[in-house]
Design a protein around this ligand. Structure first.
Ligand code: NAI
Length: 697
């Protein structure tokens, strides 16, 4: 049953019942339409109330139906809304909790609307690259005025029902009902049972004192904000139609825009990211009902860059944290950094002073392992050195209570080896946070060979609690993200050797949409980090070719912004990257020494060498089972590496271009004598998909 029908005296109550958020899937739409017919046919029924069971009025379209024929099967949402309008008896929407997208459009098709305070009301379609498609852009301006309606439609953000109900002249809610919503809705329905004619939102007038000036202003603002996405500007067009066209023409125009957006790559990318995020939390052999361990207290080992950021995540979520260090000075420094971070949030008005104190009160520190044994979970963030990790995990094994989860934030070391330092490898897991750990969304959850399923399930749930996007990775050097970025960095180095400057590479990549090109990124993160990793890596793989330019840069002491010089020059106190003649000369000298004649390299080649290196390595990760699914790789890159959202991630981008084209291009790259021909052989999985005419998705 996806909607129920009940009589309460002369009022028929139709209750949407499609958990979790009463999505308007086919069965639900059908059941509402049947309910309306039944109520019309029953002479005893004088009015109808539509509401939602459980935690929502309605969250809108049923995402399970997305893209399937069921999504538009009759009665589709437009027909259903029309049926509500044409109903000869008053229909009252009783809104609570969540009223979004199609749910709000449905309510706008009712003759009256009452609401509980606290309901989140939104038209969030813009967030998946669309505009509302069932009259939202034409009806919302009629009840809220163009400005409020456009703000809601263009941002997609929810506004509380009581805020909307308090706006002067608003016609969205006929009544705000404190207390029992159903009792209030039934009383309201009885009041309006004899009202005729029935009010229709479509008949209301939209007015604005200076529509041309306003829409021009709105267009300029949106253009500056929306950057790579077409939908926000289209929201302006559609809302403008609500004032400039007749209602039915406005509806047609809305539909035309909706259909046009649906096929854009940007919309595809946003929908992909939306589903990828949901898919990432699922682990095929760990069912969703796997019991989890309670984590009420956390210990963090190491109060450095990562330890402090990790602790903040948990303090923000209300979990007590104890931090352990070797020396009091290190603890003091760590706590001072956390304070500084919170204080800057308070200064910017992002955090209330009392919240700051509340969070700090949850933090304690210690120099003794014996003081952390009662924590339910411990996250280690000490130096990246196997001997140090060994010493720490042996201590943890000694002191932590049975069943405690032992996590390592290592970015490159073997989690299975770390687990083997304990007598409880089933309790050991990797939690790879990204820097700054209190800001970055991504959390790679590294599943060791022996990690217990309930440990994995617990950490995934915990990740959600601290508002991270969790992606599961198997154990390998670099896990998903860093193993791929290594290939990207190698390509960036080859591009310099073949004729590019750092600025040329960065510019091409930034034009593609990355927040930062590889060289500006290196300067920000510190070029020495990669230098140390390379020293170890290329000792292990002496035959792996890479460009020595980055090593030469580090030998010049140019570690990046922190030393005032890196791939670029920096003026004291400023972050602007200024192309450096010294660096360009170093690159030229190196190029000459290698006997390479420089050539002009197009932006296209730059971008595709960098992005396809990610794709090819990811295909290998998928084949090895390190990554569970291609969309997980996209989540890693969208949330951890600044990959442009409007491209949907490297795998989605490759799918959009067509894998055949991608593989052909890789073969061309392989023929370049200054590149790594072996690397550019399309990964077997990629070759297989091409042969079968398939895509990653
Ligand atoms: P850091 O050098 O800033 O902090 C490490 C802290 O651990 C220092 O305060 C040090 O005093 C403390 N420490 C060292 N040995 C200890 C021991 N035996 N017992 C207690 N405390 C000890 O290092 P960072 O950057 O915070 O890195 C920590 C871990 O996080 C490393 O495994 C690193 O690979 C990983 N990581 C680092 C990222 C970054 O961007 N910095 C990103 C992701 C992971």
């Amino acid at each position: 049953m996806s909607a129920s029908y009940e009589l309460h005296g002369p009022v028929a109550v139709i209750t949407l019942n499609n958990p979790p958020v009463n999505g308007l899937g086919y069965e639900t739409r059908r059941a509402v339409a049947d309910g309306i017919d039944r109520a019309q046919a029953d002479a005893a029924v004088k009015a109808i109330v539509i509401t939602g069971a459980g935690k929502a009025f309605s969250g809108g379209a049923d995402i399970k139906e997305f893209g399937s024929p069921k999504a538009i099967a009759e009665p589709n949402l437009l027909s259903l809304i029309r049926a509500l309008e044409l109903c000869s008896k008053p229909v009252v929407a009783a809104v609570h909790s969540v009223c979004m997208g199609g749910g709000l459009e449905l309510a706008l098709g009712c003759h009256y609307r009452v609401a509980s305070p606290g309901a989140n009301v939104a038209l969030p379609e813009v967030k998946i690259g669309l505009i509302p498609g069932a009259g939202g852009t034409q009806r919302l301006p009629r009840v809220l005025g163009v400005e409020t309606a456009l703000n809601m439609i263009v941002s997609g953000d929810p506004v509380k029902s009581e805020v909307l109900a308090g706006l002067p002249g608003q016609k969205l809610f006929d009544k705000l009902i404190d207390g029992d919503l159903m009792a209030g809705a039934l009383a309201f329905a009885a009041e309006v049972a004899d009202q005729r004619p029935l009010p229709l939102v479509r008949d209301m007038l939209v007015r604005h004192a200076n529509p041309d000036g306003y829409f021009q202003f709105a267009r300029n603002t949106v253009k500056a904000m929306a950057r790579n996405f077409p939908a926000p500007a289209k929201c302006v067009d559609a809302v403008e139609a609500s004032i400039k066209r007749r209602f039915d023409d406005g509806m047609l125009y809305e539909r035309e825009i909706f259909m046009g957006l649906m096929i854009t790559p940007e919309c595809k990318a946003l929908r992909h990211a939306f589903f990828a995020e949901r898919a990432a939390s699922k682990i095929p052999d760990v069912p969703e009902d796997t019991p989890v361990r309670a984590v009420k207290k956390l210990a963090v080992i190491g109060a450095g860059t990562m330890g402090g950021g990790i602790a903040m995540n948990f303090l923000n979520a209300g979990t007590p944290v104890v931090m352990l260090e070797m020396k009091q000075e290190a603890l003091d420094r760590g706590v001072a950094t956390i304070r500084k971070n919170y204080e800057s949030q308070v200064k910017k008005g992002k955090l209330k002073a009392d919240k700051y104190e509340e969070r700090m009160a949850l933090l304690s520190t210690t120099l003794s392992y014996d003081a952390i044994g009662d924590a339910d979970m411990v996250i280690e963030a000490v130096f990246e050195d196997m001997e140090v990790k060994k010493a720490v995990f042996e201590q943890l094994d000694r002191v932590m209570k049975p069943g405690a989860i032992l996590a390592s934030n290592t970015s490159t070391l073997d989690v299975n080896k770390i687990a083997a330092f304990t007598k409880r490898p089933q309790d050991v897991i990797g939690t790879h946070f990204f820097s700054p750990a209190n800001v970055m969304k991504l959390l790679e959850v590294v599943r060791g060979e022996k990690t217990a399923k309930d440990v994995l399930a617990t950490v995934m749930q915990l990740g959600k609690k601290i508002r991270k996007t969790c992606v599961v990775s198997g154990v390998c050097d670099g896990f998903i993200g860093n193993r791929m970025i290594e290939q990207y960095s190698r390509q960036a180095g080859f591009l310099l050797e073949e004729g590019c400057t750092p600025a040329q590479v960065d510019k091409a990549v930034e034009k593609f949409g990355f927040a930062m090109g590889p060289f500006r990124m290196g300067d920000l993160a510190g070029n020495d980090v990669g230098w140390y990793i390379r020293k170890r890596r290329y000792l292990e793989k002496p035959n792996l070719r890479y460009s020595k330019t980055a090593d030469l840069l580090c030998e010049m002491g140019r570690f990046g912004q922190k030393t005032g010089a890196g791939w670029y020059d920096y003026q004291a106190g400023k972050r602007d990257a200024i192309p450096s003649p010294v660096v360009n000369e170093m690159i030229e000298k190196h190029r000459t020494a290698m006997g390479i004649t420089p050539r002009q390299i197009s932006d296209d080649e730059i971008v595709h060498r960098l992005v396809f290196s990610l794709v090819n390595e990811a295909a290998r990760l998928l084949e090895e089972g390190i990554a569970q699914r291609a969309s997980d790789v996209d989540m890693v890159y969208l949330t951890g590496y600044g990959f442009p959202l409007h491209r949907g991630g490297p795998m989605c981008y490759a799918d959009t271009l067509g894998l055949y084209n991608v593989a052909q291009t890789m073969k061309r790259f392989a023929a370049n004598p200054n590149d790594d021909a072996e690397f550019w052989q399309p990964a077997p999985l990629l070759a297989k998909l091409v042969a079968e005419g398939k895509s990653f998705s």
